[in-house]
Ligand binder design. Structure first.
Ligand code: BES
Ligand code: ZN
Ligand code: ZN
Length: 476
């Protein structure tokens, strides 16, 4: 874990970084006259990064991206942070002191966020990891006299929570099955101070969660259903917000088996579960004044002699019947049970995160989150605002009644797939049948797992959703 602290004067650091605009003054940072002149010159010529000195005493000046909207400036700063990390690695720098030339603390924090999110590595199985493979950064100090300790703490929580979610996603099913995932949630609850209850298979059977049990029927490992609750004394909301996360710890597709290439990344199919668990950890750590409950139905979707098949008819937790026409549309089956279970809490809002459809990924790629639902405009606008703030942008899809027609079944109430078009929406429509409270569905299939690094989001699990939820609840 990188150490983060505040300092009011230039620390004795290996590397000093100044984030500056073209017109910013570079006085007062201990640069020599020549360095100042050369740096100002470089910035004027649109060079993104200027450095002088040698490893051990580096002076780095980075150019601010002057964007009209504040949230875009913040994102530019995060991206600059990721670029900075790469440079620090190349120069084997371990200690860095960062300042914003114009004294803008929010920009300084955003740059630091990008730096620290980029600094994530999943090395659990690199038993022979060489020093040169490991990120070199150890200590970060932020030079600002106005920066609040509270903001620094908050940033640290956000970074740690995002990395918790990334770790959970990157862990393969051989070490993180449904039972183990529930144990990880129990650990998070203990650490941050929220309640965790895990329902085992026999409890799930007695509750008649037909969706979760059907998807689990092809597995040798039992399912779990985790209930997390954070209820501070001074909660602002009378009725809780319920979070639900898809916890398919591995999705082979079941008897509608996925082809090899599509299966390769399917350990990521619990990214929704990871996001809500990590968000609970962050909310509790930061002691946000909100009453939140998170539900995670978890299982793998596999094949053995008793796996469910297309044609099966299921009776779900709320009594609705579902005709299975594709065992690879399993996420909506386990989520349906969790969503209707969530109704018992009489939530004022339900937010559900899932790597639900290839269709969502096909529609917008990894650049944002597809969302849709029945919550009112005010809530949606707040969520979109948070999406921009943390740059996990939301693209709202239509939720028109006509789509309901596409999931009508001839022999049961609904079927688990729609037609060839609007696949992300028919999936959302399926889920909405199991919730009567105001509801938003977030399909994170696109951004949850990257096959190539994208700035401060590395290859693999991204932890998408965690920062979005934290920002939303911070302003709740
Ligand atoms: N887990 C997948 C969706 C997915 C795809 C997540 C790509 C991450 C990346 C989901 O369970 C699935 O297989 N959905 C099917 C639904 C179809 C059978 C209606 C899909 O999208 O192809
Ligand atoms: Zn599937
Ligand atoms: Zn899936």
């Amino acid at each position: 874990m990188t150490l983060l602290k505040r300092s009011s004067k230039i620390a004795e650091a290996e590397a000093l970084v100044i984030y500056a605009g073209k017109k910013s003054s570079l006085d007062g940072f201990g640069l020599t006259h020549e360095q100042q002149k050369a740096a100002a010159d470089a910035l004027r010529h649109d060079r993104k990064m200027f450095f002088s000195g040698h490893p051990g005493k580096l002076k780095i000046v980075m150019l601010k991206d002057e964007k009209p909207e504040l949230y875009k400036q913040h994102e530019a700063a995060r991206r600059a942070g990721a670029q900075l990390l790469q440079f620090l690695n190349e120069t084997k720098s371990s200690d860095v002191c960062i300042a914003d030339a114009d004294g803008e603390d929010d920009i300084l924090l955003a740059l630091t966020e990008g730096l620290l999110l980029a600094n994530y590595q999943f090395l659990n199985y690199k038993v022979n990891a060489k020093k040169k493979e490991k990120d070199s950064l150890q200590n970060v100090s932020l030079m600002s006299s106005s920066l609040k300790e509270k903001d620094l703490e908050k940033l640290e929580i956000i970074i740690r929570a995002t990395c918790i979610a990334r770790d959970l996603v990157n862990e393969p099913v051989s070490t993180l099955n449904a039972v183990e995932l529930a144990k990880q949630f129990q650990k998070l609850g203990k650490d941050a101070g929220f309640k965790v209850e895990v329902l085992n298979k026999s409890k799930i059977q007695s509750l008649k969660m037909g969706g979760l049990l059907a998807v689990n029927s092809g597995s040798d490992i039992p399912p779990t259903f985790t209930i997390m609750e954070y209820k501070p004394a001074k909660a602002k909301n009378k009725k809780p917000v319920v979070l639900v996360g898809k916890g398919v710890v591995y999705d082979t597709g079941g008897y509608n088996l996925k082809p090899g290439p599509s299966m390769e990344t399917m350990k990521c199919d619990m990214a929704g579960a990871a996001a809500v668990g990590a968000a609970m950890w962050a909310i509790a750590k930061a002691k946000l004044p909100v009453h939140v409950i998170a539900l995670v139905p978890a299982t793998d979707n596999r094949i053995n002699g008793s796996g469910y098949v297309a044609g099966d008819i299921l009776k779900m937790y709320n009594g609705l019947t579902v005709e299975v026409l594709n065992t690879d549309a399993e996420g909506r089956l386990i989520l349906a049970d969790a969503l209707s279970y969530g109704e018992r809490f009489k939530p004022e809002l339900v937010m559900e995160f899932s790597t639900l459809t290839g269709a969502a990924m096909a529609a917008i790629g990894h650049y944002g989150i597809v969302c849709m639902g029945t919550a009112d405009e005010q809530v949606k606008n707040k969520l979109k605002e948070s999406g921009n703030n943390v740059y996990e942008r939301l693209a709202e899809f239509p939720f028109w009644d006509e789509y309901d027609e596409l999931i009508k079944s001839d022999i049961a109430e609904i079927k688990n797939i729609g037609g060839p078009y609007g696949g992300a929406i028919t999936a959302g429509k399926f889920l909405a049948r199991f919730v009567s409270s105001p509801y938003i569905h977030f399909d994170i299939a696109g951004p949850a797992f990257l096959s190539a690094k994208d700035s401060y989001r590395g290859k693999g699990g991204t932890g998408v959703g965690v920062r979005l939820m934290f920002d939303f609840f911070s302003n709740y």
